[in-house]
Write a protein that binds this ligand. Structure first.
Ligand SMILES: Cc1ncc(COP(=O)(O)O)c(C=O)c1O
Length: 355
């Protein structure tokens, strides 16, 4: 893929305070963009971040054909930009695209676009512990047509943003027994915009009750834990680490997958199986609930200190060396080249001689 590069005249980098970055609000100078027309992706280009003109009849605005990814890049001690599992993100984007009747992108083109963005925006990669360059690849329909049908044209963009660590303290979860995120046969496994819009109301209510996020339960019986806002969920009961299976209603988290690999490699007892809230409450009553934590690209791992479920409030005291924190240290260490990556997840954006 030949990418045309149109460089900004004046970079905003030197005027940006990299020590105080609000999540999601500071964008680098450039974005990658390409368009899908007549059955193919056209005009791959990297250009200054700018507004995109949108027709009022744009299909996405009305019927929501929109998908995205979230991934991180960092630097090693030699200053080489490193991507983390870009192929896995490409495959998940394509799985979301297929579910939403949108076109796929060649995995190598997706990776090349990420690579070029990270090389061009190398000076925007923060170096503070736990910070990173966040990549937001996304695709949306561009047909100007008011009809419920798959669009014939699409736009794919990659935005990049320097980000600081996401959560600085343990989170409080509210297990909703009224609202659901996804049900069997729905689009829970796709990283599509509507899933997040649909979560807002319950999240707002959870916050009004003093919690940080919703712990989503299954859409049929409100019995089994599914996942959290932008994280998968893990429970440590006794010496077993349990996470719900990705059964079609849960996003197949890439951090979740990393944790399962690391835990298996370290010899932990790991179970991917349905876990009911009754089991969690009983384990807590019996003193066997050691830890609960969320996993996701933004937070990496975050301890849970409270879960509200019906009339019960589970309270946990996460230790400074909790399993969640150990896993986070491991992933952050791999991302910066300080811990050897035995899984082949870290990919330098360019070879050392070009650094
Ligand atoms: C709904 C949801 N679940 C789980 C995750 C965690 O996935 P990953 O580890 O790939 O970031 C995310 C974040 O992308 C998410 O949005």
């Amino acid at each position: 893929m030949e990418i045309v590069f149109n460089q900004v005249k004046d970079s905003r980098r030197s005027a940006t305070d990299m020590t105080n970055i609000p999540f999601g609000r500071v964008f680098t100078d450039h974005m990658f963009e390409m368009d899908f027309r007549d059955g193919q992706w056209l005009q791959p280009r990297i250009c200054p971040v700018d507004a995109i003109p949108i027709h009022p009849a744009n299909l996405t605005l009305h019927y929501g054909q929109s998908i995205f990814e979230g991934m991180k890049a960092s630097k090693n001690s030699e200053g080489i930009p490193l991507l983390f599992r870009p192929e896995a993100h490409a495959h998940r984007l394509n799985a979301s695209a297929s579910r939403m009747c949108m076109p796929n992108i060649e995995v190598e083109d997706f990776v090349e676009a990420c690579r070029q963005m990270v090389i061009i925006e190398k000076d925007w990669i923060p170096e503070q512990e736990g910070s990173a360059l966040y990549l937001r690849p996304f695709m949306f329909a561009t047909d100007e047509f008011l009809g419920v049908a798959p669009s014939e044209t699409y736009k794919f963009i990659i935005l990049t943003l320097p980000v600081a660590p996401y959560y600085s303290k343990p989170v409080k979860l509210y297990a909703s027994t009224k609202y659901i995120r996804a049900a069997q046969g729905g689009v829970g496994e796709a990283k599509t915009a509507g899933n997040y819009a649909a979560s807002l109301f319950a999240s707002k209510q959870a916050r009004a009750k003093g919690f940080d996020q919703v712990l989503w339960l299954d859409g049929k019986e409100f019995k089994y834990a599914q996942e959290v806002g932008t994280m998968n969920i893990f429970f440590v009961i006794g010496d077993v680490v349990i996470t719900p299976p990705t059964d079609g209603a849960i996003l197949k988290g890439i951090t979740r997958d990393c944790f399962l690999h690391i835990l298996n490699q370290k010899g932990y007892k790991v179970e991917e199986r349905p876990i009911s809230m009754e089991e969690v409450v009983t384990a807590n009553d019996e003193g066997r609930l050691q830890e609960v934590f969320g996993s996701g690209t933004a937070a990496v791992a975050v301890d849970v200190c409270q879960i509200g479920y019906r009339d019960t409030l589970i309270e946990l005291q996460p230790a400074a060396d909790s399993l969640a924190q150990q896993l986070k240290t491991e992933i952050n260490g791999m991302r910066t080249g300080q811990i050897p990556d035995t899984f082949g997840w870290v990919e330098p954006a360019f070879a050392v001689e070009n650094a």
